[in-house]
Design a protein around this ligand. Sequence first.
Ligand SMILES: NC(=O)c1ccc[n+]([C@@H]2O[C@H](COP(=O)([O-])OP(=O)(O)OC[C@H]3O[C@@H](n4cnc5c(N)ncnc54)[C@H](OP(=O)(O)O)[C@@H]3O)[C@@H](O)[C@H]2O)c1
Length: 284
Amino acid sequence: MTERLLVTGATGTVGDPLVRALADRDASVRVATRSPEHARDAFGDGPEPVAFDLGRPETWGAALAGVDRLFLLYPPGSAVSDVREFADAADRVGVEHVVFLSILGAEKFPVLPHRRIERHLAGTGMDHTFLRASWFAQNLSEIHRREIVERDEIFVPAGDGVLSFTDARDVAAVAARALTESGHADRAYDLTGPAALDFEEVAEIFAAVLDRPIAYADPSRLTFARQMYERGFSPGFVAFMTAEYSVVRLGRSGRTTGDVEAVLGRPPRTVREFVADYADEFRP
Ligand SMILES: NC(=O)c1ccc[n+]([C@@H]2O[C@H](COP(=O)([O-])OP(=O)(O)OC[C@H]3O[C@@H](n4cnc5c(N)ncnc54)[C@H](OP(=O)(O)O)[C@@H]3O)[C@@H](O)[C@H]2O)c1
């Protein structure tokens, strides 16, 4: 019998390519979003949009009705308690398997929201798969695009630190497998790209692919925070990004693993492939 899948965060960086990847699979897909109209425009008639807001439990019942497997994420800024209570509701109505988007290294940080959610999920009756992803290459287009387009500059305060950039499309591909195949129950995958790169190397890749000079600015953390704030990012997000880049500066973000290849049977996408695929977004 065709299984019904519920994708939360379906309009997001991983959720969107996940919904598209699931179109090829024998599954009935319901996309959970606060903007069902937008989802209908984005995904067409295939998947079924449902109004869903973690902060409004009255939307949970319709989203979860008849669902066998769930893709769950922790929307930045949401309450951990809402995610936990939603997971309990999913367990109660008979969801069998939850695939949760987490963060690389989460197991080492007990107070991290993602780790607290992982521990809660492991205590439910559902099978679980944790996708512990490293920093998405898509942050370069979603957060840092403007400086690249307007100033030919990668403007992040990461010093000489390296990052094992993962492509969100690979995370989505792994999620699609975990949601539709057996063998992923009660597993955690550490999802990274194939290499750890510093931002000088990233700038060189941008310059080569876009065929124009792109520099790595490496501003101080204060200058970075001030500029992000002036660009309209919220104080909480600016603080989060600045803290993230502080970890990168310390050299803690370069671990690479073979988990993407082990699940997908092909190597993870490189930053060069990402820049080439998104090149139009980076042109002035
Ligand atoms: N960015 C990275 O490098 C990275 C790396 C590893 C892990 N992660 C984790 O991945 C997760 C997603 O982060 P992201 O930055 O990529 O965001 P995102 O998935 O691109 O966007 C957030 C998603 O959450 C949904 N959402 C927001 N508020 C909601 C609410 N109250 N109820 C239901 N859905 C809500 C939004 O859907 P609608 O607006 O359609 O409702 C949107 O699809 C986070 O937990 C993050 O920590 C991120």
